[in-house]
Design a binder for this molecule. Structure first.
Ligand SMILES: [Zn+2]
Length: 270
């Protein structure tokens, strides 16, 4: 069932404000849309901060990207939204954002492992990364078309994320979980590196999807680790991370000695 336009406008305004308040976009980046029917999409306009969005701002475009109603210009990234709706007749809402921690993984070629936290395994699964494509170009939607068909969450290398859902709330929750996963992974790397679930633990978590009635599309963590940046090829089944040894911590005395040595070396170079 399609949402009516009034409700769709309310959703876009509410979640536009939330998206900027959470730091998932900066300046006028990002865009949100709701499918009104088979032919029309309500979408945020270009050059407007998401926190300033009002009920009159979203515009209606058709599936060719042509303006149908509204006075503002469509976002140049409308093609990402059209591609998602073409590939996924089941969805009604799309959020394209620039979550900074998630992007940091893609610009350092660090594997973005979404298979290390129970709720992320259940709700997002293994999140694929689309190879880099110039923003606003035709290559950008082409780079993520196959992936969005298989997963409600896709990372665009060096650029951002696309999350989709039957409702805007669903799409936003997936965006939140992506960025939260990225933050935990960064902390885990600082503390010695993330460790993997066992195959049995992953199997139990995958079974929970049906128990909780999770209907979102996702790639299973146990069989499809995230493709690396620049490749949409699936890697062979394996735990995304090897078990790592516990980090060895230095004693306070060792640390004091190390700090003194570093200070002495810096002083020497001054
Ligand atoms: Zn973008």
């Amino acid at each position: 069932m399609f949402p009516n336009e009034l409700q769709a406008r309310k959703d876009i305004v509410y979640y536009s404000h939330k998206t900027q308040a959470h730091g998932f976009v900066s300046a006028t980046d990002g865009n949100l849309s709701v499918r009104l029917d088979d032919e029309h999409i309500l979408i945020t306009p270009s050059s407007l901060r998401k926190e300033d969005m009002t009920m009159d701002d979203p515009i209606v475009i058709n599936m060719k990207g042509e303006l149908v109603s509204g006075t503002k210009k469509p976002s140049t990234e409308y093609k990402v939204h059209l591609e998602a709706y073409k590939q996924r007749p089941d969805i009604r809402a799309v959020i394209h954002a620039h979550p900074p921690r998630v992007i940091a993984f893609s610009i350092t070629n660090t594997p973005f492992n979404t298979c290390i936290l129970p709720e992320v395994v259940v709700n997002l699964g293994s999140v694929p990364i689309a190879p880099y494509a110039t923003p606003s170009s035709d290559e950008l939607p082409a780079s993520m078309g196959d992936l969005i068909r298989q997963s409600d969450s896709v990372i665009l290398a060096r650029h951002g994320s696309v999350t989709v859902g039957v409702t805007m709330d669903e799409a936003f929750k997936k965006l939140e979980k992506l960025e939260h996963n990225a933050e935990i992974l960064i902390w885990a790397h600082l503390l010695g590196g993330p460790t993997a679930f066992s195959d049995n633990q992953l199997a139990d978590l995958n079974n929970l999807r049906s128990f909780y009635g999770v209907t979102s599309k996702s790639m299973s963590c146990s069989i499809a680790p995230s493709p690396r940046v620049g490749s949409t090829k699936q890697e062979p089944a394996q735990p995304p991370y090897k078990e790592v040894e516990a980090p060895t911590y230095r004693s306070n005395n060792d640390l004091d000695a190390l700090v003194s040595e570093i200070v002495a070396r810096v002083k020497k170079q001054l």
